[in-house]
Design a protein around this ligand. Sequence first.
Ligand code: NAG
Ligand code: NAG
Ligand code: NAG
Ligand code: NAG
Ligand code: NAG
Ligand code: NAG
Ligand code: NAG
Ligand code: NAG
Ligand code: NAG
Length: 736
Amino acid sequence: MAGRKKVCCGLSALEITLTVLFILMTVVSVTLITLMVTWETGPTLPPSPGPQHQPYLIGVGRADCTGPPAEIPLMGYANPQQTAAGIHTRLFSRAFIIDDGKKRVVFVTADIGMVSQRLRLEVLQALQVKYGDLYRQDNVVLSGTHTHCGPAGYFQYTLFMISSSGYIRDAIQPLVNGIVKSIDIAHGNMKPGRIYRSRGALEDSSLNRSPHSYLNNPEDERHRYKWNTDKQVLVLKFTDLDGDGIGMLSWFAVHAVSMNYTNRMVSSDNMGYASYLLEQDKNPGELPGQGGFVAGFSSSNLGDVSPNIKGPHCMNTGLPCDYLNSSCPVGGTKMCKAFGPGDDMFDSTRIIGHNIYSKAKELYANAVEEVTGVLHSAHQWVNMTDVTVQINETHTVSTCKPALGHSFAAGTTDGGGDLNFTQGAVEGDPFWDGIRDALVGEPSNQTQECHHPKPILFSTGEMNWPLPWHPQIVDVQIISVGSVAVVAIPGEMTTMAGRRLREAVKQELQSEGAFRDSEVVIAGLSNIYTHYITTYEEYQVQRYEGASTIYGPHTLTAYLEKYRGLARAIAQDKVLELPVGPQPPFFEKNLFNLLPAPPVDKKPENTSFGEVLQQVYPVYRQGDVVSVTFVAGNPRNSGDIRDKTFVTVEIYDNRTETWEVVHNDASWETRFHWLKGSNQQSNSTIEWHIPPMARSGIYRIKHFGHYKKRVAFRPVITPYEGTSDVFRVSSSFYYQ
Ligand SMILES: *[C@@H]1O[C@H](CO)[C@@H](O)[C@H](O)[C@H]1NC(C)=O
Ligand SMILES: *[C@@H]1O[C@H](CO)[C@@H](O)[C@H](O)[C@H]1NC(C)=O
Ligand SMILES: *[C@@H]1O[C@H](CO)[C@@H](O)[C@H](O)[C@H]1NC(C)=O
Ligand SMILES: *[C@@H]1O[C@H](CO)[C@@H](O)[C@H](O)[C@H]1NC(C)=O
Ligand SMILES: *[C@@H]1O[C@H](CO)[C@@H](O)[C@H](O)[C@H]1NC(C)=O
Ligand SMILES: *[C@@H]1O[C@H](CO)[C@@H](O)[C@H](O)[C@H]1NC(C)=O
Ligand SMILES: *[C@@H]1O[C@H](CO)[C@@H](O)[C@H](O)[C@H]1NC(C)=O
Ligand SMILES: *[C@@H]1O[C@H](CO)[C@@H](O)[C@H](O)[C@H]1NC(C)=O
Ligand SMILES: *[C@@H]1O[C@H](CO)[C@@H](O)[C@H](O)[C@H]1NC(C)=O
């Protein structure tokens, strides 16, 4: 409740306004990214060209960054019903630090929807306290995998605060601490090593969800590519000097939306599952989240790329949706949904995640091309509301104050909006425009013209109450390791936008001759979230991605110019001459929190917390699902849950007469559902999907939590645990 006090007056008006706007907005496809960090070590060291085949110093680290798995909205679909209620898989931050003896770069990829400006600034502050000037905005890149199933609440701009139920300290703290801890671990285990690069194609795991927009790109440009999404997987393999693997970092362009908006469990989705599988392989015998080998799967130019490869169909009829607008005759956009390749969302997550993992594993095994050469990092802050670019001798174009178009509210075929908005709208709707004008005001003529042909739904750049609705100052950043350049993008670039950007950066790098055979990769959802970046031609169609290109039709043109500048500075070794640009704000006042503190926990009469309400059966076979229900407390009352577990599955070891933990709540095989009832009572239902290869034996399931009570008006938090009856898993039906 402390957060409520921050809004001094008119809270109920604020709440009402925000709630109405929230319903109006419906669907914001928002995602978190991965974190990428770079640092320079010794400005005191004399600059030297450096021998080309010197090993690097390499550190890798992984840390739990799972936030409260209850009641907080999940960041991604902006669906107010989709609040957290348990854990499917845990969220981890994975950090990679590389040092060439003179400079360092750090790349962090975190299982979050996107990195927000607020999150990045808080991480940089924490790094400053620990490491002084070692880690700074110019040498640290943070990127998110774009899972849509991580707790929100870590944003400082109003639009994102609304869809998050506010700025929630309990939600941002585990992200800051988890990211910093992953860097601490990488920092602490740096040792000499080598890097190898490898790339290959992964087909059948991604689909363009706005092919109509893509087709508006020039024909000769499209003909240069076989596919309308990027299929390449780039892998960096990290080894020590003995050749033993210590980590892997890869990039692939696909939305982490195999889990749909009906899922309420915190989940790292397909990209997180790929990390999980490779880490389980390389850290044999370890529980998930443990072991030294770190496998990062980073997002890329996934703006128009869906993992739901059976494509969009009307859920009521099974027929394909309308091609231009992705809507259905009955039910509109909400009814049009892309599915597949699995039977349900868990199966789809498993298949897509497994595909990405398999390809990366194969590329990792075959990576022989060594990455050598010095490191660079180039960074600027840019005021994206007024970038002017001279496109030819007579014409200049400019970016605009941020605004969202009508089709933003339509959502996508990965999760459609509730209202009657459709994609591809180039005209406003008097009904919704009227509501908008009454609530938050009319867009200025200047902004409308600037965004043409986008019909503006929210002129967020002209909405500043209680804080700006969208950012003006944006990070642009490139780090390079030898011939590999990682371009950190503050949002979601579409396939073709990403191709143009990679090509521009590559051209600048190679112009000086120093970067022959360079590999340029896009790290999506990095540093700050600014929605989508389409090409100018795609923008004209105004599907969801174009409507969400918030700085107007020339957003990509502006970024091409800015990133070219960074690449040129790297090629000429002049990054220190780049202007720093205007510093982003760090808001202290007017952050609001609409999420009440959890109430005291109550339990059914004559029971205790942790008591089993619904017991296991005595015998199961491999492939069955075990389910057990406990009297529970609100998981938010468990405080910082990082490196803990709500669940263990344990097997009895006859020899030592002890219980051995085989799964925790980070395991793919376990699902922790938290069910909130009336009267402040709640249940935890734990499922164990017994894998086909599970050992036969005697098992039990344990649940751990905390409950809150009030003693003399003060809240008291008490831990509890519960244990199921023992049960047997047996491959033989007739056993016993
Ligand atoms: C989400 O996936 C589940 C299957 O796991 C399916 O039953 C449901 O219809 C899907 N919902 C949407 C909106 O895609
Ligand atoms: C960004 O540019 C706009 C337009 O020139 C200006 O009004 C605004 O103050 C600038 N923002 C910042 C934070 O400098
Ligand atoms: C410059 O670009 C504009 C806009 O694309 C175009 O209309 C104009 O013909 C171009 N001028 C020249 C000299 O190429
Ligand atoms: C559907 O898309 C087409 C083409 O973009 C557009 O002209 C039309 O207005 C759209 N229809 C609706 C209902 O939004
Ligand atoms: C959406 O619904 C409103 C209210 O029913 C209506 O006035 C408006 O015309 C509808 N818009 C479209 C594009 O169907
Ligand atoms: C936009 O321009 C029109 C006509 O020029 C004018 O009537 C209207 O008031 C202007 N709207 C705003 C918001 O300035
Ligand atoms: C709880 O236990 C008391 C004492 O044994 C008994 O009288 C009461 O009926 C029980 N209540 C319920 C709901 O079982
Ligand atoms: C292990 O436990 C099972 C079940 O209680 C029992 O049947 C078996 O004999 C035990 N084996 C050993 C080696 O003690
Ligand atoms: C908890 O589980 C019990 C037993 O299955 C059930 O009766 C009760 O409705 C559940 N409560 C909630 C909040 O789901």
